[in-house]
Design a protein around this ligand. Sequence first.
Ligand code: GLY
Length: 264
Amino acid sequence: MDEFTKEMKHRKFTKAIVRIPGMSLVNGLTTASLGEPDYTKALFQHEKYIKALRDCGLEVTILEADEKYPDSCFVEDVALCTSKCTVITNPGAGSRKGETESITPVLRQFFTDIEFIREPATVEAGDIMMVDDLFFIGISERTNMKGAIEVAGILGKYGFTSSIVELKEVLHLKTGVAYLGENNLLACGEFLQKDVFKNFNLIEIPEEESYAANCIRVNDFVMIPAGYPKTSKLIRAAGYKILEVDVSEFRKLDGGLSCLSLRF
Ligand code: GLY
């Protein structure tokens, strides 16, 4: 599991976990004013998303829909999967806390070392960005300082380092920033001026395409949301092969490409 390609020193992923959206998806949390997601379209887009992960070389474990939790297809938030351990989080959103229960036995199949975040610490892993052996942890409405400190402590035990980033304008850290590898960091809005990111080669995502800052580097590809031509051009210009995936129905729930899977 702990493989890095020599040429690019970027962690190679072999597996992903996704959860099929339930019909309750339409009741998911949102701050967007883009209307209710179309469930049939969301299912179709989710299938294409799984195909894209497979096209990147991943073996995908598909979990069945969990109607009790409208946001449960956003599996990324409930666990942090590193090359050495997994951390089951404690989502800051009250309606999402129970999602951790069903992901725990699934992750036990893949990880020997499993850690937990417990109240009053809250963490959603959408707030955690991996940059090789360094993890940026966002303090947001969902991840509190206690949670960030606990995650940093756990990561430290496994030889990783962490850096804390406060955010104000977006839901999760990875809503506005994405590490592509090779020191290239996609960023928009408040993240463009942060000192902690000043040593990266920043690729500035224009404000009108800010949703596309949530891209994911998966092995030889960068998956980007369909419909953001300026971002697509910028990423291609940086030398990456891209895979475009339409996630418009998940955007209506503040969800992005990274939120829809755990990759490790
Ligand atoms: N709808 C995704 C979230 O708010 O967690």
